[in-house]
Design a protein around this ligand. Structure first.
Ligand code: NAD
Length: 298
Protein backbone atom coordinates (compact mmCIF):
# COMPACT_ATOMS: atom_id res chain seq x y z
CA UNK A 1 0.00 0.00 0.00
CA UNK A 2 1.21 3.51 -0.78
CA UNK A 3 1.90 6.64 1.24
CA UNK A 4 -0.34 9.31 -0.24
CA UNK A 5 -0.51 13.05 0.45
CA UNK A 6 -3.97 14.43 -0.43
CA UNK A 7 -4.46 18.18 -0.73
CA UNK A 8 -7.95 19.62 -1.21
CA UNK A 9 -10.62 17.61 0.65
CA UNK A 10 -13.74 19.36 -0.70
CA UNK A 11 -16.86 17.86 -2.28
CA UNK A 12 -14.74 15.71 -4.58
CA UNK A 13 -11.42 15.34 -2.76
CA UNK A 14 -13.03 14.28 0.54
CA UNK A 15 -14.75 11.15 -0.77
CA UNK A 16 -11.81 10.35 -3.08
CA UNK A 17 -9.45 10.33 -0.07
CA UNK A 18 -11.89 8.12 1.85
CA UNK A 19 -11.77 5.55 -0.96
CA UNK A 20 -7.97 5.51 -0.75
CA UNK A 21 -8.22 4.89 2.99
CA UNK A 22 -10.74 2.08 2.43
CA UNK A 23 -8.31 0.47 -0.02
CA UNK A 24 -5.65 0.45 2.71
CA UNK A 25 -3.44 3.35 1.60
CA UNK A 26 -1.85 5.61 4.21
CA UNK A 27 -3.31 9.08 3.60
CA UNK A 28 -1.94 12.34 4.99
CA UNK A 29 -4.36 15.18 4.28
CA UNK A 30 -4.23 18.95 4.11
CA UNK A 31 -6.95 21.50 3.34
CA UNK A 32 -7.39 25.16 4.25
CA UNK A 33 -10.76 24.19 5.75
CA UNK A 34 -10.61 22.68 9.24
CA UNK A 35 -14.08 21.16 8.75
CA UNK A 36 -12.97 19.29 5.62
CA UNK A 37 -9.93 17.93 7.48
CA UNK A 38 -11.97 16.87 10.52
CA UNK A 39 -14.21 14.77 8.27
CA UNK A 40 -11.35 12.71 6.76
CA UNK A 41 -9.60 12.47 10.13
CA UNK A 42 -12.56 10.56 11.56
CA UNK A 43 -12.17 8.04 8.71
CA UNK A 44 -8.50 7.40 9.47
CA UNK A 45 -6.48 10.02 7.59
CA UNK A 46 -3.52 11.71 9.27
CA UNK A 47 -4.02 15.47 9.26
CA UNK A 48 -1.01 17.67 8.46
CA UNK A 49 -0.50 21.26 9.65
CA UNK A 50 0.50 22.42 6.15
CA UNK A 51 0.72 21.18 2.57
CA UNK A 52 4.52 21.13 2.91
CA UNK A 53 4.24 18.81 5.92
CA UNK A 54 1.68 16.57 4.18
CA UNK A 55 3.96 15.76 1.23
CA UNK A 56 7.04 14.75 3.26
CA UNK A 57 7.94 11.13 2.33
CA UNK A 58 4.79 10.74 0.17
CA UNK A 59 5.03 8.35 -2.79
CA UNK A 60 2.01 9.99 -4.42
CA UNK A 61 0.88 13.61 -4.03
CA UNK A 62 -2.73 14.16 -5.13
CA UNK A 63 -4.37 17.60 -5.38
CA UNK A 64 -8.06 18.37 -5.94
CA UNK A 65 -8.38 22.18 -5.88
CA UNK A 66 -10.83 24.68 -7.39
CA UNK A 67 -8.87 26.33 -10.24
CA UNK A 68 -5.53 26.85 -12.00
CA UNK A 69 -4.34 29.64 -9.71
CA UNK A 70 -4.72 27.39 -6.65
CA UNK A 71 -2.75 24.57 -8.28
CA UNK A 72 0.01 26.92 -9.52
CA UNK A 73 0.18 28.54 -6.07
CA UNK A 74 0.30 25.21 -4.24
CA UNK A 75 3.25 23.80 -6.20
CA UNK A 76 5.14 26.79 -7.62
CA UNK A 77 3.95 29.89 -5.68
CA UNK A 78 5.95 31.87 -3.10
CA UNK A 79 5.07 29.27 -0.47
CA UNK A 80 5.00 26.49 -3.09
CA UNK A 81 5.74 22.94 -1.98
CA UNK A 82 7.77 21.73 -5.00
CA UNK A 83 10.93 21.78 -2.84
CA UNK A 84 9.31 19.60 -0.17
CA UNK A 85 8.28 16.74 -2.46
CA UNK A 86 10.50 13.66 -2.78
CA UNK A 87 12.10 13.22 -6.23
CA UNK A 88 10.76 9.67 -6.33
CA UNK A 89 7.16 10.83 -5.86
CA UNK A 90 4.50 11.14 -8.56
CA UNK A 91 2.35 14.27 -8.40
CA UNK A 92 -1.23 13.81 -9.67
CA UNK A 93 -3.42 16.89 -10.06
CA UNK A 94 -7.08 15.88 -10.40
CA UNK A 95 -8.50 19.45 -10.43
CA UNK A 96 -10.16 20.76 -13.59
CA UNK A 97 -7.89 23.62 -14.68
CA UNK A 98 -6.61 25.23 -17.88
CA UNK A 99 -4.15 23.10 -19.82
CA UNK A 100 -1.52 25.89 -19.75
CA UNK A 101 -1.42 25.93 -15.95
CA UNK A 102 -1.15 22.13 -15.93
CA UNK A 103 1.81 22.32 -18.36
CA UNK A 104 3.46 25.07 -16.24
CA UNK A 105 3.15 23.00 -13.08
CA UNK A 106 4.44 19.91 -14.93
CA UNK A 107 7.47 21.82 -16.27
CA UNK A 108 8.18 23.48 -12.89
CA UNK A 109 8.12 20.13 -11.09
CA UNK A 110 10.18 18.44 -13.82
CA UNK A 111 12.91 21.09 -13.24
CA UNK A 112 13.09 19.76 -9.68
CA UNK A 113 13.21 16.16 -10.92
CA UNK A 114 9.61 15.37 -9.92
CA UNK A 115 7.14 13.52 -12.17
CA UNK A 116 3.68 15.02 -12.81
CA UNK A 117 0.44 14.03 -14.52
CA UNK A 118 -2.83 15.95 -14.93
CA UNK A 119 -5.77 13.66 -14.18
CA UNK A 120 -9.07 15.59 -14.24
CA UNK A 121 -12.17 13.54 -13.52
CA UNK A 122 -15.65 13.01 -14.84
CA UNK A 123 -18.44 11.50 -12.75
CA UNK A 124 -19.20 14.17 -10.16
CA UNK A 125 -19.66 13.84 -6.41
CA UNK A 126 -21.69 10.61 -6.84
CA UNK A 127 -18.82 9.03 -8.77
CA UNK A 128 -16.28 10.27 -6.21
CA UNK A 129 -18.27 8.65 -3.38
CA UNK A 130 -18.87 5.40 -5.25
CA UNK A 131 -15.26 5.16 -6.48
CA UNK A 132 -16.45 5.05 -10.08
CA UNK A 133 -14.84 8.23 -11.46
CA UNK A 134 -13.39 8.44 -14.95
CA UNK A 135 -9.81 9.79 -14.90
CA UNK A 136 -8.51 11.47 -18.06
CA UNK A 137 -4.74 11.55 -17.88
CA UNK A 138 -2.04 13.67 -19.46
CA UNK A 139 1.57 12.59 -18.94
CA UNK A 140 4.07 9.91 -19.94
CA UNK A 141 2.93 6.32 -20.45
CA UNK A 142 5.18 5.22 -17.57
CA UNK A 143 3.68 7.76 -15.15
CA UNK A 144 0.18 6.78 -16.31
CA UNK A 145 0.96 3.14 -15.43
CA UNK A 146 2.41 4.18 -12.08
CA UNK A 147 -0.64 6.29 -11.21
CA UNK A 148 -2.95 3.26 -11.57
CA UNK A 149 -1.82 2.10 -8.09
CA UNK A 150 -3.95 4.84 -6.55
CA UNK A 151 -6.33 5.97 -9.30
CA UNK A 152 -7.84 2.48 -9.66
CA UNK A 153 -9.07 2.77 -6.05
CA UNK A 154 -10.99 5.98 -6.83
CA UNK A 155 -12.21 5.36 -10.36
CA UNK A 156 -13.51 2.76 -12.78
CA UNK A 157 -12.28 4.10 -16.11
CA UNK A 158 -8.77 5.41 -16.73
CA UNK A 159 -7.81 7.01 -20.06
CA UNK A 160 -4.40 8.15 -21.25
CA UNK A 161 -5.15 11.21 -23.44
CA UNK A 162 -1.53 12.20 -24.29
CA UNK A 163 1.24 14.38 -22.83
CA UNK A 164 0.90 16.65 -19.79
CA UNK A 165 -2.09 18.99 -20.35
CA UNK A 166 -3.91 16.53 -22.65
CA UNK A 167 -6.13 15.31 -19.82
CA UNK A 168 -7.42 18.84 -19.30
CA UNK A 169 -8.03 19.36 -23.03
CA UNK A 170 -10.01 16.11 -23.32
CA UNK A 171 -12.04 16.95 -20.22
CA UNK A 172 -13.13 20.38 -21.49
CA UNK A 173 -13.94 18.99 -24.96
CA UNK A 174 -16.28 16.54 -23.22
CA UNK A 175 -17.87 19.18 -20.99
CA UNK A 176 -18.37 21.58 -23.90
CA UNK A 177 -20.21 18.83 -25.82
CA UNK A 178 -22.20 17.85 -22.70
CA UNK A 179 -23.39 21.43 -22.18
CA UNK A 180 -24.38 21.75 -25.84
CA UNK A 181 -26.38 18.50 -25.59
CA UNK A 182 -28.00 19.65 -22.33
CA UNK A 183 -29.03 23.03 -23.79
CA UNK A 184 -30.28 21.44 -27.02
CA UNK A 185 -32.27 18.77 -25.17
CA UNK A 186 -33.79 21.44 -22.91
CA UNK A 187 -34.77 23.61 -25.88
CA UNK A 188 -36.44 20.69 -27.70
CA UNK A 189 -38.34 19.53 -24.60
CA UNK A 190 -39.59 23.05 -23.82
CA UNK A 191 -40.75 23.52 -27.42
CA UNK A 192 -42.63 20.22 -27.19
CA UNK A 193 -44.25 21.25 -23.91
CA UNK A 194 -45.19 24.68 -25.31
CA UNK A 195 -46.91 22.83 -28.16
CA UNK A 196 -48.94 20.62 -25.85
CA UNK A 197 -46.75 17.51 -25.63
CA UNK A 198 -46.14 15.45 -22.49
CA UNK A 199 -42.37 15.67 -21.81
CA UNK A 200 -42.26 11.99 -20.74
CA UNK A 201 -43.84 10.86 -23.99
CA UNK A 202 -41.67 13.24 -26.04
CA UNK A 203 -38.56 11.92 -24.25
CA UNK A 204 -39.55 8.32 -25.04
CA UNK A 205 -40.10 9.23 -28.70
CA UNK A 206 -36.74 11.03 -29.02
CA UNK A 207 -34.96 8.20 -27.19
CA UNK A 208 -36.06 5.83 -29.96
CA UNK A 209 -35.29 8.44 -32.63
CA UNK A 210 -32.15 10.22 -33.81
CA UNK A 211 -32.23 12.88 -31.09
CA UNK A 212 -31.20 10.30 -28.48
CA UNK A 213 -28.32 11.46 -26.27
CA UNK A 214 -26.88 11.03 -22.74
CA UNK A 215 -28.70 14.04 -21.23
CA UNK A 216 -32.08 12.90 -22.55
CA UNK A 217 -31.57 9.27 -21.54
CA UNK A 218 -29.81 9.45 -18.17
CA UNK A 219 -30.00 13.05 -16.91
CA UNK A 220 -33.28 14.38 -18.28
CA UNK A 221 -33.54 18.12 -17.43
CA UNK A 222 -37.35 18.18 -17.22
CA UNK A 223 -38.66 17.58 -13.65
CA UNK A 224 -40.61 14.33 -13.28
CA UNK A 225 -39.30 12.47 -16.33
CA UNK A 226 -36.59 10.60 -14.38
CA UNK A 227 -37.20 10.47 -10.62
CA UNK A 228 -33.60 9.99 -9.49
CA UNK A 229 -31.88 12.93 -11.22
CA UNK A 230 -31.38 16.53 -9.95
CA UNK A 231 -34.19 17.99 -12.14
CA UNK A 232 -36.70 15.95 -10.10
CA UNK A 233 -35.13 17.25 -6.87
CA UNK A 234 -35.38 21.01 -7.47
CA UNK A 235 -32.03 20.85 -9.32
CA UNK A 236 -30.18 20.10 -6.07
CA UNK A 237 -26.99 17.97 -6.06
CA UNK A 238 -25.18 16.98 -9.22
CA UNK A 239 -22.85 19.30 -11.15
CA UNK A 240 -23.27 23.00 -10.36
CA UNK A 241 -23.89 25.71 -12.97
CA UNK A 242 -20.90 27.59 -11.44
CA UNK A 243 -18.59 24.69 -12.32
CA UNK A 244 -20.03 24.25 -15.81
CA UNK A 245 -19.60 27.99 -16.46
CA UNK A 246 -15.98 27.69 -15.27
CA UNK A 247 -15.31 24.71 -17.57
CA UNK A 248 -16.89 26.51 -20.53
CA UNK A 249 -14.61 29.49 -19.85
CA UNK A 250 -11.64 27.08 -19.96
CA UNK A 251 -12.98 25.58 -23.20
CA UNK A 252 -13.23 29.01 -24.82
CA UNK A 253 -9.65 29.85 -23.74
CA UNK A 254 -8.43 26.61 -25.31
CA UNK A 255 -10.44 27.35 -28.46
CA UNK A 256 -8.92 30.83 -28.74
CA UNK A 257 -5.38 29.59 -28.19
CA UNK A 258 -5.76 26.92 -30.88
CA UNK A 259 -7.82 29.14 -33.25
CA UNK A 260 -10.56 26.47 -33.18
CA UNK A 261 -14.03 27.31 -34.47
CA UNK A 262 -16.49 26.72 -31.60
CA UNK A 263 -19.63 28.77 -32.34
CA UNK A 264 -21.88 26.38 -30.38
CA UNK A 265 -19.44 26.30 -27.48
CA UNK A 266 -19.36 30.09 -27.41
CA UNK A 267 -23.17 30.33 -27.48
CA UNK A 268 -23.66 27.75 -24.74
CA UNK A 269 -20.99 29.45 -22.60
CA UNK A 270 -23.00 32.69 -22.88
CA UNK A 271 -26.22 30.84 -21.97
CA UNK A 272 -24.61 29.30 -18.87
CA UNK A 273 -23.03 32.60 -17.77
CA UNK A 274 -26.43 34.38 -18.09
CA UNK A 275 -28.08 31.57 -16.13
CA UNK A 276 -25.36 31.86 -13.46
CA UNK A 277 -25.75 35.65 -13.31
CA UNK A 278 -29.51 35.22 -12.88
CA UNK A 279 -28.70 33.63 -9.50
CA UNK A 280 -28.69 29.92 -10.41
CA UNK A 281 -24.98 29.19 -9.94
CA UNK A 282 -25.50 26.66 -7.14
CA UNK A 283 -28.16 24.64 -9.01
CA UNK A 284 -27.35 21.56 -11.08
CA UNK A 285 -26.38 22.35 -14.69
CA UNK A 286 -29.57 20.69 -16.02
CA UNK A 287 -31.44 23.72 -14.60
CA UNK A 288 -30.59 25.50 -17.87
CA UNK A 289 -33.92 23.86 -18.88
CA UNK A 290 -35.78 26.52 -16.85
CA UNK A 291 -34.19 29.34 -18.88
CA UNK A 292 -35.95 28.03 -22.03
CA UNK A 293 -39.40 28.10 -20.42
CA UNK A 294 -41.98 29.89 -22.54
CA UNK A 295 -42.63 33.28 -20.93
CA UNK A 296 -46.15 33.87 -19.56
CA UNK A 297 -46.46 37.00 -21.72
CA UNK A 298 -46.41 34.89 -24.91
P1 NAD B 1 -14.64 22.30 -3.44
O1 NAD B 1 -14.66 23.78 -3.46
O2 NAD B 1 -15.72 21.53 -2.75
O3 NAD B 1 -13.24 21.80 -2.81
C1 NAD B 1 -12.01 22.45 -3.01
C2 NAD B 1 -11.21 22.32 -1.69
O4 NAD B 1 -9.90 22.85 -1.90
C3 NAD B 1 -11.83 23.12 -0.54
O5 NAD B 1 -12.04 22.25 0.57
C4 NAD B 1 -10.79 24.21 -0.24
O6 NAD B 1 -10.72 24.54 1.12
C5 NAD B 1 -9.53 23.52 -0.71
N1 NAD B 1 -8.41 24.43 -1.04
C6 NAD B 1 -8.42 25.51 -1.84
N2 NAD B 1 -7.16 26.02 -1.93
C7 NAD B 1 -6.36 25.23 -1.16
C8 NAD B 1 -4.98 25.23 -0.86
N3 NAD B 1 -4.14 26.16 -1.35
N4 NAD B 1 -4.49 24.27 -0.04
C9 NAD B 1 -5.32 23.32 0.47
N5 NAD B 1 -6.64 23.26 0.21
C10 NAD B 1 -7.16 24.21 -0.60
O7 NAD B 1 -14.52 21.85 -4.98
P2 NAD B 1 -14.86 20.41 -5.61
O8 NAD B 1 -16.28 20.34 -6.01
O9 NAD B 1 -14.27 19.36 -4.73
O10 NAD B 1 -14.03 20.51 -6.98
C11 NAD B 1 -12.62 20.37 -7.01
C12 NAD B 1 -12.19 20.31 -8.47
O11 NAD B 1 -12.83 19.20 -9.09
C13 NAD B 1 -12.54 21.55 -9.29
O12 NAD B 1 -11.48 21.84 -10.15
C14 NAD B 1 -13.78 21.11 -10.05
O13 NAD B 1 -13.93 21.80 -11.29
C15 NAD B 1 -13.49 19.65 -10.28
N6 NAD B 1 -14.67 18.81 -10.48
C16 NAD B 1 -15.76 18.94 -9.67
C17 NAD B 1 -16.88 18.15 -9.90
C18 NAD B 1 -18.11 18.26 -9.02
O14 NAD B 1 -19.16 17.72 -9.39
N7 NAD B 1 -18.03 18.93 -7.88
C19 NAD B 1 -16.88 17.20 -10.96
C20 NAD B 1 -15.75 17.07 -11.73
C21 NAD B 1 -14.65 17.87 -11.50
Amino acid sequence: MAKVAFIGLGNMGGPMALNLLKAGHQVTAFDLSAAALAQVQTEGAVVAASAAEAVLDAEFVISMLPAGKHVLGLYLGEQGIAGNISQSALVIDCSTIDADSARKVGAGLREQGIAFIDAPVSGGVGGAKAGTLTFIIGGTAADYERAKTVLANMGKNLFHAGDVGAGQVAKICNNMLLSILMAGTSEALQMGIANGLDPKVLSEIMLKSSGRNWTLELYNPCPGVIDTVPSSNHYQGGFMVDLMAKDLGLAMEAAEQSASKTPLGSLVRDLYVSHQQAGHGKLDFSSIFTSFKKSDAN
